[in-house]
Write a protein that binds this ligand. Structure first.
Ligand SMILES: C[S@@+](CC[C@H](N)C(=O)[O-])C[C@H]1O[C@@H](n2cnc3c(N)ncnc32)[C@H](O)[C@@H]1O
Length: 453
């Protein structure tokens, strides 16, 4: 009764033919050789599927220790399956399946089941994700003939941490995590209610460039720009009236006005909270040579009595919108439910609302831990902490039709945390805290709803 299950999947596209990937996947020694921790692997002379494994773990204060555990590895037609039994009764089962996408491209899917002591599970879930992403990266680097993988050393630390916690509840190891959370909380408290500024400009700069070419300020979809993913979900039509909420310094506005794959609106309105972002967006849009009228506002996404010329003013005489977009921002709105209601009433019949947003896996909010971590990160007010199911129910209750919610966590958070971990100590601490948030049930979703025609 004190043990709980966790099930998750990771995928990696590798630029190599299926057979080259299978050759490594089906070679247990080669696979274990990818681990930065394993210092010794001995196959059981009686049973070639059983291995005695020894890890060397980095401990606090620069010390190391070794741990031994047993693993069973079975090679399958599609890849391999592994089971390990570590300390504190933690059992981990991984199933790797490789399939060809094209002649020179292969996708590896890893399905992981963990059964662990319930108090350890929230923490294990977060750091487990980092560890498995690291392994898949290293597999890709090996097969693609690269010398090293791109993930930062922080992953190794997290990996070490989770393995150590599996072995024993060592309070010394819990301390750095608690410390990271306290530092992040302190940073969040020091910043204004709106934590955004101009830091994203440096994040958008490519190596060797003096100035960034884009000004995205979101967590990224890491396949195509998150904004494109959102726009496709919104089903924008050419010639529509579009409202872009929380547009930051204006990259999504520019995408709407210039991207060849985006249906061009007939009128574009924007509202974002920071005055500096509003001014910057005005200037950037003014530089474009495009015929679409653009009407930008600085202010809260939610209309409050008395705020003049607000795009969501229910008594506005301006025409309503065909599409309202909220890209990676609605979780901040106080409260988001009010924004959803106001958006519904300012949409034309048949119009749609699309949000790239954060909510929680069903059941995740039943533990205080998830709420605690979310509060520490300063991500959203308490009233916006709802599950995926509650989100869909809330949209339907307001009146939206055809409500859809797509969970794209695995295409957003891994890329986001690994990117942040390369941006200096402060961001690395934030990425670790964010990994804990993700492991506690945080979900990144695209939500869609339509007003009946
Ligand atoms: C994560 S950034 C996303 C920016 C932009 N959508 C993008 O993808 O690059 C969140 C944005 O929402 C804005 N924001 C936060 N709270 C807001 C509010 N209550 N009303 C309007 N905008 C808000 C922030 O200033 C910031 O620009």
């Amino acid at each position: 009764m004190f043990f709980s299950d966790h099930h998750t999947k990771f995928t990696k596209r590798i630029n190599a033919p299926l057979q080259a990937v299978l050759d490594v996947l089906r070679d247990p020694h080669a696979m274990m050789g990818l681990s930065p921790l394993i210092i010794s692997v001995t196959v059981d002379p009686q049973d070639s599927t059983k291995y005695a494994v020894v890890d060397r773990l980095a401990m606090p204060f620069g010390t190391t220790r070794t741990i031994s555990y047993g693993a069973t590895i079975v090679v399958t037609d599609e890849g391999m399956e592994a089971e390990s039994k570590a300390g504190a009764g933690t059992t981990t089962r991984s199933r790797y399946v490789a399939r060809a996408i094209s002649e020179g491209e292969t996708e590896v899917e890893e399905e992981v089941h963990v059964n662990a002591f319930f108090l350890l599970l929230p923490f294990i879930k977060g750091v487990l994700a980092s560890a498995h992403i690291l392994s898949l990266d290293r597999l890709a680097a090996k097969v693609e003939g690269l010398n090293s993988c791109k993930r930062p050393a922080g992953y190794l630390y997290l990996y070490t941490l989770v393995l150590s916690l599996r072995k024993q509840m060592n309070t010394l190891l819990v301390l750095p995590t608690v410390l990271a959370l306290v530092v992040v909380y302190w940073m969040a408290k020091r910043s204004s209610a709106d934590p955004y500024g101009e830091f994203h400009l440096a994040f958008n700069k490519l190596p060797g460039e003096d100035a960034p070419r884009t000004e995205w300020l979101n967590m990224g979809y890491w396949k195509v720009p998150l904004a494109l993913k959102l726009l496709r979900a919104a089903g924008c039509k050419p010639g529509g009236r579009v409202l872009d909420v929380g547009h930051g310094s204006g990259e999504s506005l520019i995408l709407l006005l210039t991207h060849p794959d985006v249906p061009r609106p007939a009128h574009l309105t924007g509202i974002t909270s920071l005055e500096s972002h509003y001014t910057r967006s005005q200037a950037r849009v003014a530089r474009l040579t495009q015929p679409v009228p653009v009407d930008l506002h600085a202010g809260d996404a939610i209309y409050r009595a008395g705020s003049r010329t607000h795009p969501l003013d229910p008594s506005s005489e301006q025409p309503k919108f065909d599409t309202i977009l909220a890209l990676d921002c609605a979780y901040h709105f106080k409260p988001r439910a009010e924004f959803l209601r106001q958006a519904y009433h300012r949409l034309n019949p048949g119009g749609s609302l699309a949000l790239a947003d954060i909510c929680f896996a069903p059941g995740a909010l039943e533990t205080r831990w998830t709420r605690f971590v979310t509060t520490i990160l300063g991500l959203m007010p308490a009233e916006n902490m709802i599950s995926t199911d509650e989100y869909v129910a809330q949209m339907r209750e307001i009146g939206f039709r055809d409500v859809k919610l797509e969970d794209i966590t695995e295409d957003v958070f891994p890329g986001f945390v690994s990117f942040l971990a390369t941006r200096g100590v402060g961001w690395r601490i934030f990425s670790k805290a964010f990994t804990i948030f993700w492991g506690s049930g945080g979900r990144f979703v695209v939500v869609y709803g339509r007003v009946s025609a």
